[in-house]
Design a protein around this ligand. Structure first.
Ligand SMILES: O=C(O)C(=O)C[C@]1(C(=O)O)C=C[C@@H](O)C=C1
Length: 113
């Protein structure tokens, strides 16, 4: 079984390092865009600003990605920090997407304004 960390080559120049980083960013950006699309979906499904931040789910995601990081030979603390920061940005985006969809006609759930 090949771990992600084992796929990083030994680099001797910054050109090599940056080529490697660019190649990974070409994979990461489309995945991040796709993940952001699920925030749009979540905003519509929840349809309630009070439900956007879900601390139990945040902790479950952190626990899961820490485990994945270890399995791939990475630093779980780094991955946790990245995910906590990223989820804060996605929470802000989810609020933005809920507001946008409401402005475009998404009706508030009954009992809400
Ligand atoms: O799972 C959700 O409820 C989401 O809205 C997604 C997500 C995430 O970025 O993974 C974002 C906000 C929540 O606080 C928890 C998790």
């Amino acid at each position: 079984m090949s771990r992600a960390i084992d796929k990083v080559p030994h680099c001797t120049t910054m050109t090599e390092v940056r080529q490697g980083v660019n190649a990974l960013d070409d994979i990461l950006v489309p995945l991040l865009v796709q993940r952001s699309g699920f925030m749009t979906q979540a905003a519509r499904v929840k349809n309630d600003a009070q439900l956007v931040r879900d601390e139990a789910r945040i902790q479950a995601v952190v626990d899961r990605v820490r485990e994945r990081a270890v399995a791939e030979g990475g630093d779980p603390a780094l991955i946790e920090q990245l995910y906590r920061g990223m989820m804060e940005l996605f929470i802000a985006y989810e609020h933005q997407e809920l507001a946008r969809q409401r402005a475009e006609g998404l009706a508030p759930k009954s009992g809400q304004e």
